[in-house]
Design a protein around this ligand. Structure first.
Ligand SMILES: [Zn+2]
Length: 352
């Protein structure tokens, strides 16, 4: 690990310490010593132990580390240049589905919202439960779907933690596989968008303060043209990852899964933008106290959707093997539209 990335990790640890988030972000204390302190001790000892300083500290950070590795491999496959020693990607409670860069000494500190990963996972899970799929009937009726979604959004708005919603049953079979594929693609897009800023060396035009339940963090804001470019490159990174994964797959029985994986890769980026849109609309109707203002510094998610969709369609259409038609992003959009009039009062009731 370079001295610069050491400084980056220190910036992250200082942020965690400032907001008292060690337990939430770094897992429980180990051996009577907080995880953040443990990382600091490791950082200060020897180079041998700091190759991957954030891994092993919390399960969610481990998951994020996997996605970061995939985005970096995809970037290399597209010949995009970056120095991984100058980028550290870590969890933070930002109260926003977008990831952000934070002004930090020595490189780019990318903060991924802890709640965003949960929101993507839980809302997609509810969607997969609410529709007949792969020859199996729906697991949730419409009113149960509204209830489950309202619980998740209310937990996100109230606590910054959608996982506080009542637990949903586990999925099995193709539903479970599809959920993994979709959530992972969405998370790759979250990370890939920020890597695109780093790779493109997009200038910082300003700083904004992003407030959440637990913290107030200063983040970089950029030109809107650069935001659209980052969406484009972020999506290309997700689809490049899918091509790498498909090429590496040896099992002939996974042919069907390749089709699903291709759909999921193309849908994940669109879904994240859609989720941002749904949060904007909900917050617009509910005016949630303490929730970050809708337009912090990314373009309106409706505009992002319109700009990103042709890119996704084009990338998806370039496949050399047969793929199912790309209907899922549109059907997810219609799913939310159809539920929205009932969802708003259900969330309001829970926030009262
Ligand atoms: Zn951005």
């Amino acid at each position: 690990m370079s001295r610069r990335s050491r400084r980056l990790v220190r910036s992250y640890l200082a942020l965690i310490q400032r907001d008292g988030l060690s337990a939430a972000l770094m897992g429980p204390t180990v051996g009577g010593q907080g995880a953040a302190d443990r990382v600091r001790a490791i950082l200060e000892s020897t180079d041998d132990y700091v190759a991957d300083p954030l891994s092993g500290l919390s399960t969610l950070q481990d998951v994020l580390d996997l996605r970061v590795g995939e985005v970096e491999a995809a970037a290399r496959s597209l010949d995009l240049r970056f120095d991984p020693r100058h980028v550290v990607t870590a969890l933070y409670p930002l109260g926003d589905v977008n990831a952000w860069s934070v002004p930090a000494n020595g490189g780019d500190l990318i903060l991924v919202s802890r709640g965003a990963l949960g929101l993507a996972f839980l809302t997609l899970k509810i969607n997969l439960m609410s529709t007949p799929l792969f020859g199996e009937p729906a697991m949730l009726a419409r009113d149960q779907t509204v209830t489950a979604l309202a619980d998740v959004f209310a937990a996100h708005f109230r606590h910054g933690d959608p996982w506080r919603a009542p637990r949903l049953p586990s999925l099995t079979g193709h539903r479970e596989i599809m959920l993994d594929l979709l959530v992972n693609a969405a998370a790759r897009f979250m990370v890939g968008h920020e890597y695109a800023h780093v790779i493109g060396q997009h200038p910082h035009v300003d700083k904004a303060t992003l407030k959440s339940k637990d913290s107030a963090v200063e983040v970089y804001t950029r030109l809107w043209d650069d935001e659209f470019a980052a969406d484009r490159v972020g999506a290309q990174l997700v689809l490049a990852d899918q091509r790498l994964a498909a090429a590496a797959e040896q099992d002939p029985h996974f042919v069907r899964r390749h089709g699903l994986a291709a759909v999921a890769a193309a849908t994940g980026p669109m879904y994240l933008v859609l989720l941002d849109l749904v949060l904007h609309e909900l917050d617009g109707d509910l005016k949630v106290t303490g929730y970050p203002p809708a337009s912090t510094a990314h373009p309106h998610p409706g505009k992002r959707w319109d700009a990103l969709w042709p890119v996704i369609e084009q990338e998806y259409g370039q496949a050399t093997t047969a793929q199912p038609p790309l209907e899922l992003p549109g059907s997810l959009m219609r799913w939310f539209e159809n539920l929205f009039t009932d969802l708003v009062p259900a969330v309001r009731e829970r926030l009262a």
